[in-house]
Structures are given as C-alpha cells and as structure tokens.
Design a protein around this ligand. Structure first.
Ligand code: GUN
Length: 332
C-alpha cells in the first residue's frame, strides 16, 4: 500500500506506472456484514425479535429489481427477515400510501424501503413522508433528514454512511480535508455533504457541493483532497480534474455497452489519485451493508419503544444508546 502511494506521489519514478490504492468496498462490506450478523444474533437471542425489512418495488425496472433482490439476500445472510411487496407500474400514490400504512402498522416489519425511482405518476415526497420515521431505514423522511442536519441522526442514509465508513476504516483523513461532492441528490449528494461537515469523528471537513450549474467545475474538483462523484454520468470525472494524491470515491453505476462503469474514468484517474474505489465492488456493496445496519437499528428502536409503551422494563431489550443521546456518528 505504501509503495503504490509513493508511486502516485513520486514523479521521479517514471518507469513504474503510478497507481492508486484500490479501496475494496466489497471486502469491507463483507466484514461489516459479519459484524452486523453477530449483533443481530445477540439481539434475537435477547429479544426473540427477528429484524425484518419490507422492500417495496413498484414497476419492472430491471436495475431496481436486481438491487431489491440483493438487499433481500443480504438480509437473509445476516440472519434477518425480509418481505418483498411488488406493485404494478400503474400503481397510484393512494395505493402505495395504503401499503405503507399497512407496513407501518405491522409489528413484524421493522424497516421499510421504497425502492427509488418511483413511476412518474407517484408523489415521491408524499410516500417517503408517510413512512413511520422509526422504520425509515433509508433516512429519507423529513424528520430523519432534519435530525441529520442537526447532527443528531436516528438513521444515516445507506450510501453516504457506507462512504463515510470506507474513509474512516481506511484511515483517510476527513477532519480538515477539502471535500468536493459532485451531485446534489437527496439520497447521496446532500446528506453526504452534511455528514462530512458535522463536528466530530467522520466529519469536520470543508465541503463544496458541485452540480450541473457549477462554474469552473474542473478547477474546483482539483482543490479536493477527497472527491465524491455521484453525478450519474458515465466516466464524467477525468484525470485532469483530480489533484495528485487525492482520494476518489465513485458512486456511479452506469450500464453501458461495455458493461457497468462508474462516474469516474477509472483507468485514467487511478494514475493520478492516491486512493480510488472501483465499479463494481466499491460503494455498492457498502450501501447494502449499511441497510442491514439500519434495519437492525430500527428493530432495536422499536423494541425499546414497545418496552416503554408497555411499561415493562424487564422485557425492554438493551440497545445501543439512542442516536439523540450520542454526540457523534453512531457507527465507526
Ligand atoms: N435507488 C437507488 N439507491 C437507492 C437507495 O439507497 N434506496 C432506495 N430506496 N432507492 C434507491
């Protein structure tokens, strides 16, 4: 690892190709999933509650079908349950809201994930706002978004949480770093920027968010110690936009004739960056691992609130302190 970093930073070594360290998201996700499986087993033994994720899929989008299938498989591998609610493409907002209400009221369901994007006739904000905030494992309900902004999260959104874990666990300095986030989506760009600028471990960065109307984009990108690219355009980030020695995180998954490619021109950028994530095998697997973590957290929160409601403290399951009682990120 040290050698390849040296190569990246050392222009005096022209014979050896300069190559960034590959941040192996797949391997880290496997490790985190094993940690969560152990934690889930302990929770199930203590509570007799099996954490359960309900995945809601509307329509026939093949990519969404694959993502949802992978999420369900991961739940089962971690000893958790999952149910799939598949609805037809023509589903109305009212029909989807009725399903969300049923899942909110089902005590066997702890996490609800409505796979996005939804067909265009459906009011996405209305659906996300209908999910019980305690079951909102995507952290897209306005209450949970507000808590993230205030630095007292209940859940952290899965992709930004996976990226934060990848940086922390690879000892990449976040505090004081100049971070540039490319993309301002509700699900990645916005929460990522907020999380990295919060006080405390995993935060304290100086964050710039760029988007389609940003002027001097390459110039701003070259200021970044950490570049997080979530713009949805194949090979958008080119080598000339990267400062030598930067860390480049590729969130993109673009289906092209040449197969799956990220938002980063990997082959060129790997010769400039010090660290880079591959596609596939980078951020995707970490997103799923964090969904498992949030589902377990949701089951614990609900067991805790059930214990409180019944006044039976003996049966209340011991859980991690509520996020609101913690000062910093809930998972390192
Ligand atoms: N579509 C693409 N990524 C995601 C995700 O993380 N959650 C949901 N609900 N939909 C998605």
């Amino acid at each position: 690892m040290l050698l390849s970093k040296f190569r990246t930073l050392n222009p005096l070594s022209p014979i050896l190709p300069m190559t960034a360290v590959i941040l192996d998201g797949k391997a880290l996700a496997e490790k985190i999933r094993a940690e969560i499986a152990d934690e889930a087993a302990a929770f199930i033994a203590a509570s007799a509650v099996v954490p359960c994720l309900a995945a809601v899929l509307v329509g026939e989008n093949p990519a969404s079908q694959t993502y949802v299938r992978n999420k369900q498989k991961a739940c089962e591998k971690a000893g958790m349950a999952s149910v799939l609610k598949a609805l037809k493409t023509e589903t109305t907002t009212a029909e989807l809201l009725a399903l969300v209400e049923r899942l909110n009221g089902d005590p066997k369901v702890h996490g609800i994930l409505v796979q996005l994007p939804l067909p265009k006739q459906i009011n996405e904000y209305q659906v996300l706002e209908a999910i019980d905030p305690l079951k909102d494992v995507d952290a897209l309900h306005p209450e949970n978004v507000g808590r993230i902004v205030q630095g007292r999260p209940r859940f952290l959104p899965c992709t930004p949480q996976g990226i934060q874990q990848l940086l922390i666990r690879n000892n990449i300095q976040i505090a004081g770093a100049n971070v540039v986030v490319l993309g301002r989506s509700e699900i990645v760009g916005k929460p990522m920027a907020i999380m990295l600028m919060q006080r405390g471990p995993g935060g304290d960065a100086t964050v710039t968010v760029c988007h389609s109307r940003t002027k001097n984009l390459p110039e701003i990108c070259r200021t970044a110690d950490i570049l997080i690219v979530a713009i949805g355009k194949a090979k958008f980030l080119t080598a000339d936009m990267v400062k030598p020695g930067a860390t480049v995180i590729d969130v993109g998954i673009n289906r092209t004739d040449a197969g799956l490619v990220g938002d980063v021109d990997f082959q060129a950028v790997k010769d400039v960056a010090a660290h880079i994530t591959p596609v596939p095998g980078g951020i995707g697997p970490l997103t799923i691992a964090m969904l498992l973590k949030n589902t377990l957290q949701a089951a614990k929160l609900q067991a805790q609130s059930q214990g409180k409601k019944s006044g039976d403290q003996q049966s209340a399951v011991k859980t991690q302190p509520q996020a609101s009682a913690r000062k910093h990120i809930p998972y390192t």
